[in-house]
Write a protein that binds this ligand. Sequence first.
Ligand code: HEM
Length: 339
Amino acid sequence: MNISNVVRALARVSLALTFVVIIAGSVVRMTGSGMGCPDWPKCFGYLIPPTDVSTLTYAEGRSYGAGQMVLRNDTLWVANEAITGTSLFNREKWYKYPKHDYATFNVLHTWVEYVNRLATVVYGIPVFLLALFSLLLLIKRGDWGVFLLATATVVMVGFEAWLGKLVVDGNLIEHSITYHMFGSIALVALLSVIVFRMSVAKLDARPSSVFTHSLLALAVLIFVQILLGTQVREHVDVIAKFESNRSLWVDMLPLIFKIHRSFSLVLLAVAIWLYRRSHQEPMIGQFRLAMLVLIAEVLVGIVLGYFHMPALAQPLHLFLGALSFGLIFYSWLRARFRG
Ligand code: HEM
């Protein structure tokens, strides 16, 4: 078994799954399913969550495992121990779920959140294996770089999971969405560097330094734009709580929306300059793709901003934003280190 090949494959799979997890998280938000599972890591105390509210309705003769929940009088009750339902609800055998008072069952919300959690667990597998195999690479070839990057990736995934759990537990940390987004972009960057280091492709010639620096500048600009977009989104979340009519949302947004929108012009100007310049530079495949993704991203942004914020455009906008960052960052790595 060639360890380099395994590390390369694991890094690619992990990077691809990072985008899947970003999309899954965004679908949770688009459908408002964040509280679909009140507890963590189980869901209403079950490994596989209920598909019908009857499972969460207290009934005589039914068995409940310790930790399983029932919905009663708008309250979530958790079984203290394994019990069988009697004709009267014995409050001594149950306690009120202490972490928050959100007590509703909506099968769509529960399953969207559950699938999101499954995606995260599946994501954890190649990331963990990547760290393990990078340790072997360190032992065999003394490759500290990949090992440290893979370790940082595991730590970052742990941080993201911890942040997600805090939000589910009802700890509303200010700007938690921004931190979460920051973590996702950091994961894209870390895994891109590993994929790059393990890659065997080489550019024919070294791109000019002005082109290389401009690629880095564009990656930084996209990162800033993503953080601005996340601020817009935090406001959208607040507005969505009291106004269900999507066509009114954009007009209610504060100045940050206009800043985010106008900042796209700066991005586009740099991207167009780079595109024109790229004809005199060695061909970088990821850069061409990034240009298409960036155009698509701005178009989806326009759809959000001028066509009443269609729900499907929300995860797409987030996904294309993260993807354009990843592709430009990777193009910069190739240009800078001639990979
Ligand atoms: C390259 C350009 C752009 C990038 C990288 C970008 C990125 C982002 C990101 C990452 C978010 C947060 C999404 C989320 O957390 O779910 C966001 C939100 C948003 N962006 Fe952009 N954006 C760009 C251009 C635009 C343009 C041109 C417009 C409008 C004309 C726009 C309108 C919006 C709106 C309305 C939101 C809030 C969407 C929501 O709440 O789901 N964006 N943007």
